[in-house]
Design a protein around this ligand. Structure first.
Ligand code: SAM
Length: 241
């Protein structure tokens, strides 16, 4: 996905998402967090395509690595965490090229890596990788998922919520709304009609089976359609090595 669209959207992303989804995305996030906490309550988290850092805010793990390629999204999330009491720390990265920002609040630590899922390098293995509305944005699904899978500890989890193709009537109605109505709202509110047309098209780009095919080496412990049935939740557990 062209990151320039997200750069342009960054400052208004949280509000725009709530408005165009009528709060449904927040409901999905709440269901996702509830499901994740049944399996992993704390530890090391990698969140991919973090946008403005909402997953990190909702999960609040001890150490969180947030991967996000858009410089503007990174700016917005740093400001958000600073408003939550996190302080920026000096952080010398000697062996990597992508910008890193480290934030600390008491024992809690957030490391933001400005990079893609396909290329990010993480310094330690995670208890869980979370990808909320993330993976359809990867330029190379297989490469992105492989890169993340290798960063998960044996017995750790890959947790996904994603919009996927569906032929049901309600899904077709939602797609009509996303493709025809949302660009008009976005044009009116944000001056971003064309960008939202592109985002709408990306929603219909992925099959659930594409995701499952890339979860080799993992056991699916939960798979559920969310209300409405265009989003799917998948929790997969890595085989004990
Ligand atoms: C729909 S938003 C993700 C929402 C976010 N996960 C949340 O919890 O609100 C998609 C994000 O994917 C990012 N993105 C685009 N291409 C990417 C890539 N190749 N790897 C990782 N993230 C990417 C965009 O910059 C954007 O911030």
């Amino acid at each position: 996905m062209d990151v320039k669209i997200y750069d342009k959207l960054a400052k208004k992303y949280d509000l725009a998402t709530k408005v165009v989804s009528f709060g449904i995305e927040e409901l999905w996030r709440w269901m996702f967090v509830r499901e994740i906490k049944k399996h992993v309550r704390n530890g090391v988290l990698i969140d991919v395509a973090s946008a403005t850092g909402e997953m990190a805010r909702a999960l609040d793990f001890e150490r969180m690595y947030l991967i996000e390629p858009s410089a503007e999204m990174v700016r917005v999330m740093v400001e958000k965490f600073q408003n939550m009491g996190y302080k920026k720390e000096d952080f010398e990265v000697v062996f990597q090229e992508s910008p890193h920002i480290r934030l600390k609040k008491g024992e809690k630590e957030i490391i933001i890596i400005q990079d893609t899922a396909e290329n990010a390098v993480i310094e330690e293995k995670a208890d869980i990788v979370t990808a909320f509305m993330a993976i359809r944005n990867f330029d190379d699904l297989k490469k992105g998922m492989e890169n993340l899978k290798k960063e998960i500890k044996p017995g750790g989890y890959f947790a996904i919520v994603e919009m996927v193709k569906s032929d049901s009537l309600i899904a077709r109605l939602i797609m009509w709304y996303m493709n025809k109505v949302v660009p008009l709202i976005a044009g009116f509110l944000l001056g971003m009609k064309e960008e939202y047309k592109l985002l709408g098209r990306s929603i219909n780009s992925l099959e659930e089976s594409d995701i499952l095919a890339n979860l080799e080496g993992f056991k699916i412990v939960k798979k559920q359609k969310l209300i409405f049935p265009i989003a799917t939740l998948i929790i997969a557990k890595k085989d004990d090595g």
